[in-house]
Design a protein around this ligand. Structure first.
Ligand code: AMP
Length: 403
């Protein structure tokens, strides 16, 4: 299948070609025709599957043409984080570069003034986080009364972050006769409930098995003593000569401390989390993308929506408390057909968190020891609530340990 076979406008095909996309990804093949056919869509797709183009291209195709300055907003995309909002708006701008439509992005944590003046110049598509959009609505700075397309991107994350009431308030300003598209990496009862309220006879699309991790990602868990995690992290990166590694910690302080320690190990590292200013986050991300730094340590919220081309390595320095975050984390690698490796550093006290991950993955991770970093004998990795089969493998060269 080719992009041309969807009947997309030549302006869009030109922009797709400039991106170097050879053929649509599975989510694009499934979603683009349905959206072009004016259907509501509920799609299970992780970040990295090409889901942004899956909704941006058909929306751009549908927008009335030509748009007039100060026209009312025609498409509204809600995202959980500012990083994702930026990336989605950049995608709209890129795919729509040969079309006249204007995209504006609005998120909190920065002055509202630039966003107000951007809106004043006319906006066809607004990509926004819920809080800032409500602010704009309450100032009467934006008119959503002619929105024909509503997208909820990473809807599961928006619910996790407690945006449900904000979303309901926003919906009061949006017409009920519209096309609604809901994208979510994971599905649970809350998402289904939301979809029933928002979507009208939706087309269900699921390109990956529900709640399954990206298949091209090799997943490994190294059992290791908690106090040796920093050491094994630097060892893995240094000895394998990995150039671009995204590392996840559970806390902001943990992210800062690890980044500092890794710098002392000679690995250029920065941290990114919610306490950093928007400017600092953007700079860290840019340094990571252009190779100025080798590792980026992130918390879960800060990492949402990060799109780094060809990111090969993700390290879970600590497992998340919310098992679904594991899926989001490892979705940062193995994107759009690339392969990737996701390494979990598992200390004995996190065994129960791994059990939660196993439940959601419906499979078990290979648990190994890395020679030289075998956990000490008093650490019990067997204490597990789960009764599944043990897939732990001991690599040759590692010492045996009594149980
Ligand atoms: P997304 O899931 O929308 O965050 O996209 C993940 C990455 O895949 C982005 O870097 C896109 O530029 C890229 N991408 C999207 N569609 C395609 C395609 N058809 N072929 C190759 N790469 C793509």
């Amino acid at each position: 299948m080719s992009f041309a076979s969807f009947g997309l406008k030549p302006e869009l095909l030109k922009a797709i070609e400039a991106k170097g996309y050879l053929e649509p990804t599975p989510i694009q093949s499934a979603a683009i025709p349905a959206i072009l056919d004016h259907k509501d869509v509920m799609a299970g797709a992780q970040t990295g599957t090409g889901k942004t183009a899956a909704f941006a291209l058909p929306i751009l195709q549908h927008l009335t043409n030509p748009s007039t300055p100060n026209a009312k907003v025609q498409a509204l995309v809600l995202t959980p984080t500012r990083e994702l909002a930026q990336q989605v708006s950049q995608s709209f701008q890129h795919y729509g570069q040969h079309l006249p439509h204007r995209t504006v992005v609005a998120y909190g944590g920065v002055s509202i003034n630039n966003q107000l003046s951007a809106i004043e110049q006319g906006v066809d598509i607004i990509v926004a986080t819920p809080g800032r959009l409500l602010d704009l609505i309450s100032r009467k700075a934006i008119d959503l009364s002619e929105v024909s397309f509503l997208v909820l991107d990473e809807a599961d994350r928006m619910l996790d972050m407690g945006f449900i009431d904000d979303i309901k308030r926003i919906l009061r300003s949006v017409p009920t006769s519209r096309q609604t598209l809901l994208f979510s990496a994971t599905f649970d009862d809350a998402i289904f409930k939301l979809s029933q309220q928002l979507l009208n006879d939706p087309t269900h699309i699921e390109v990956d098995p529900r709640n399954a991790a990206a298949s091209q990602v090799e997943q490994i868990a190294y059992e290791v003593d908690k106090n040796r995690k920093r050491e094994i992290t630097s060892f893995l990166i240094g000895s394998n000569n990995w150039k671009q590694v995204l590392i996840f910690t559970r806390t902001k302080k943990g992210a800062d401390d690890l980044a500092k320690e890794m710098c002392k190990d000679g690995l250029k590292t920065q941290s990114i989390h919610g306490d950093k200013s928007q400017g600092a986050r953007e700079r860290a991300l840019e340094d990571f993308k252009n190779g100025t730094i080798r590792a980026l340590v992130a918390t879960d919220v800060a990492s949402r929506g990060l799109d780094i081309q060809q990111l090969k390595y993700v390290i879970n320095y600590e497992l998340p408390h919310n098992a679904e975050d594991y899926i989001h984390r490892i979705g940062r690698t193995g994107r759009a057909g690339e392969t990737g490796k996701a390494i979990t550093l598992l200390s004995a006290d996190e065994k129960w968190l791994l059990d939660e991950v196993h439940k959601i993955l419906d499979t078990r991770l290979l648990q190994q020891w890395l020679p030289g970093f075998e956990p000490s004998l008093d650490q019990d990795f067997t204490a597990s609530k789960s009764k599944g089969k043990n897939t732990r493998r001991k690599p040759s060269g590692s010492r045996s340990r009594r149980r």
